[in-house]
Design a protein around this ligand. Structure first.
Ligand SMILES: [Zn+2]
Length: 326
């Protein structure tokens, strides 16, 4: 749980030697009063459902794996104020990823935002949308750096006023400071902040679509691997769904993904391995996408599992896939 947030003022430096000494700010103010209104406004603009659905376009992904601690939800009372983000708890050093492509506009204590504490990063995603990552133990990007969705930007930590290590994650829509509920903001974009499978609508693009195309080609579909869930790929998804007794809507969601992925280990070779290598690269693995699950790919799987606190066995099973594509 986090302070901006409330709780015990623990300003012990979790990454001695890596950070300049700095005491925590303790001012607690109302953070989300106007933001709650902005959050409701997101769905109050009269946008038709079809428009909202296109937000599941592959641009957004999960920033960190962990669990939601009690009282760590958006809007939870915090000393007369309101919790501005969603807390995601895991251990110090757990990887923190950019939730979407953007630019690092703040890399400082509390992200330069009022009442936040701990080392933080603010990413700008354009169109008045921002994400904030608080209580970090390490930065892995520099100020003004351009980042891609899924790129590791920092490490989870316990800097600032916290009761333990976690990521304090905020989503702003309509300008910096206009916080909205991260769980619903991300869900609207096909991301389960709780760590579930993502949802990609027809017309989505990106590495996960590339992976879907490879996974379908492993089953003989012969799709052009272009990272676009266009008409041909959407039809292939629908055929796959029909064969598996699913609703054939062409949407790659929580029911489709588990049937689509393969459990892969060293020695495997094929299009499905290319899919795995593609999503590992989205998370920074830097592999050659050659379809050969050799020792280098095994090492990349083990590294990914380790920094996400999964069982480190080098085998890409359903849980590892879910974390990779989430
Ligand atoms: Zn928090």
């Amino acid at each position: 749980m986090c302070d901006a947030c409330g709780g015990i003022a623990d300003v012990s430096d979790g990454a001695a030697g890596r950070w300049p000494a700095r005491r925590g700010l303790s001012r607690r103010t109302l953070l989300a009063g106007t933001a709650l209104g902005a959050g409701l406004g997101l769905f109050g603009l009269g946008l038709p459902r079809a428009r909202a659905a296109t937000l599941k376009n592959g641009a957004w992904c999960n920033p960190a794996l962990g669990y939601f601690p009690d009282g760590g939800h958006f809007g939870a009372p915090r000393g007369g104020g309101s919790h501005a983000g969603q807390d995601i708890t895991n251990s110090t050093g757990t990887a923190v990823y950019a939730a979407a492509a953007g630019t690092v506009i703040r890399r400082e204590w509390g992200g330069g935002l009022p009442a936040r504490t701990g080392y933080g990063i603010v990413l700008s995603h354009g169109n008045g949308r921002y994400t904030y990552y608080g209580h970090l133990s390490a930065y892995r990007v520099s100020l003004n750096q351009r980042v891609s969705a899924g790129q590791r930007i920092g490490d989870m930590g316990a800097t600032g006023n916290v009761t333990g290590p976690h990521l304090h994650f905020e989503t702003h829509s309509g300008g910096l400071g206009a916080v909205v509920n991260p769980v619903t903001f991300m869900a609207a974009r096909g991301v389960d902040l709780g760590g579930g499978w993502p949802t990609l609508d027809p017309d989505a693009r990106g590495a996960r679509v590339t992976a879907i195309q490879y996974l379908l080609n492993q089953r003989g579909h012969g799709l052009q691997v272009d990272g676009w869930l266009g008409p041909a790929s959407t039809d292939a998804v629908k055929r796959f769904q029909r064969l598996n007794g699913l609703v054939a809507d062409g949407q790659a969601g929580p029911l489709t993904w588990p049937k689509l992925v393969y459990s892969l280990r060293q020695g495997a070779n094929g299009q499905h391995v290319r899919g795995l290598q593609t999503v590992l690269n989205k998370r920074g693995a830097g592999l050659v996408v050659d379809g050969d699950f050799g020792s280098v790919t095994t090492g990349a799987v083990r590294t990914f599992q380790s920094v996400n606190r999964l069982t480190v066995d080098g085998v890409a099973g359903a849980i590892t896939w879910r974390a990779l594509v989430g």
